[in-house]
Design a protein around this ligand. Structure first.
Ligand SMILES: Cc1ncc(COP(=O)(O)O)c(C=O)c1O
Length: 430
């Protein structure tokens, strides 16, 4: 009610202001004695009096963490990154993979941060991967355009968005696993008035055992490559074969053996495509759990690890501690619910549960989910008691979807915030 009165008052004011203005070359229109505006833009140009402006003034946010603050002063839940650990993770990956001569094209679906993408390029990465077109839009706008979009782009709306982006950033690369998908993109490029030479860089997406996307190896892959090659606006340059089902296989030898089998499918398909006359210069694959195995295989040209920057408990349990858990969710104890159980302010909206439950960084506490906003921490008799107001750090169980729940990272060194990064592509799932 109050709101509609304000709007009413606002409308009357605008109309009265306008009526006092000379309107040259325009006939004044009136209804019930009020002069009506000819163009809505005329209203926008009217200066508002001070008391009206105050309704729209943005008030200064009372909470604005800044560089130099201690993490102890951050509100919770907050996503915090230990810079020393993250930088060591990057250095470890680069020192292991750069000497192989392969391109490292990190998957940016993990961090969704342009700042971190730039940092990875500075450390030796060749551009990056994104899962979704909407992530690519964000990264391109922020200066990262050497990108491979690793999910298929299907449907008129998305294809139109792709072409719009590709016109400005022709370096972006796509994957296709069907003739329909390839033809949809080709035809839309043709219809957009592109010249005969305009071709989008395309990789054939191969199923190397994940059974998520990807054409089957053998005759289906050869037939699809032939179909792509016949399309004037797609340039087939390589093959993607992501073995996502192997990333979390426990045991180094088991993971390596299964990975090498998948790589055999990938590289033999690349060879078969070459024999059929296709120029296959990109063979891209691998994640944090397998990149080193992939890189040891002749014929692989590029790896796509993403989670290694921050890790999570699921990855640590599978592959060990080559990379450290450098990201935690800082939380506060809200309530004591029994002799050895408290409630913290991090539930489903702060920590995901699809890959098991998060862990408290400090040993001896068991986390439980108490709903969207709450979680529990329980401890054995004799354990250190947690009290209302205490703060704890929670280690996520699955890093990518956990990051997608937060707006910003607070990156600290020994507790002092050094950088604040936005999760630029947060929520970009299209
Ligand atoms: C196609 C593709 N490549 C690479 C990765 C990176 O894997 P990770 O985050 O496990 O390193 C993913 C992750 O889901 C992926 O989907």
């Amino acid at each position: 009610m109050e709101c509609s009165l304000k709007l009413h008052a606002c409308f009357f004011y605008s109309v009265r202001q306008l009526s006092s203005l000379p309107i040259p070359h325009q006939r004044r229109r009136t209804i019930h004695g009020f002069v009506l505006p000819q163009f809505s833009i005329a209203i926008r140009h009217q200066p508002r009096p001070q008391h009206h402006r105050s309704h729209f003034r943005t008030t200064k946010m009372p909470y604005a963490p800044k560089i130099g603050d201690h993490v102890d002063t951050l509100d919770t839940p907050s996503m915090i990154v230990d810079l020393d650990l993250m930088e060591t993770n990057i250095a470890t990956l680069m020192s292991r993979l750069l000497p192989t001569g392969l391109y490292i094209r990190p998957h940016l679906k993990t961090t969704k941060s342009a700042t971190l993408a730039q940092r990875l390029v500075a450390a030796g990465a060749k551009g990056g991967c994104v899962a979704k077109l909407s992530e690519a839009e964000v990264m391109c706008a922020k200066g990262i355009s050497d990108l491979l979009i690793t999910c298929e782009i299907i449907g008129a709306v998305k294809v139109a968005r792709l072409i719009e982006l590709w016109r400005s950033y022709p370096s972006i690369r796509i994957v296709v696993d069907s003739e329909e998908g390839a033809k949809g993109i080709n035809d839309a490029i043709a219809a957009s008035g592109a010249s005969q030479d305009d071709k989008i860089i395309t990789l054939l997406d191969l199923d190397v055992g994940l059974h998520r996307t990807g054409i089957q190896p053998g005759p289906p892959a050869l037939a699809l490559a032939k179909a792509i090659a016949e399309l004037p606006h797609l340039e087939l340059v390589g093959v993607q074969g992501y073995e996502g089902h192997l990333q979390h296989v426990h045991g180094f030898e088991e993971r390596k053996k299964a990975c090498l089998e998948s790589m055999a499918i990938l590289t033999s398909t690349a060879d078969a495509l070459r024999q059929a006359g296709h120029v296959i210069s990109v063979v891209t694959t691998g994640g944090t759990g397998t990149a080193e195995f992939c890189a040891s295989v002749p014929g692989v040209t590029e790896v796509q690890p993403g989670s290694f920057l921050f890790m999570d408990t699921d990855y640590r349990n599978a592959i060990g501690s080559t990379y450290s858990n450098s990201l935690t969710i800082l939380s506060t104890v809200l309530s004591v619910q029994g002799p050895r159980i408290v409630t913290i302010d991090a539930g489903l909206k702060s920590l995901t549960t699809d890959s098991g439950l998060a862990e408290c960084k400090e040993k001896g506490y068991k986390y439980g989910v108490l709903g969207d906003e709450h979680g529990s921490l329980e401890w054995e008799e004799g354990g250190k008691e947690l009290k209302v107001g205490d703060r704890v750090e929670m280690v996520p169980s699955h890093i990518d979807p956990t990051i997608n729940l937060h707006d910003v990272y607070y990156a600290h060194r020994k507790g002092v915030v050094e950088e604040i990064w936005s999760v630029d592509a947060r929520g970009k799932v299209q």
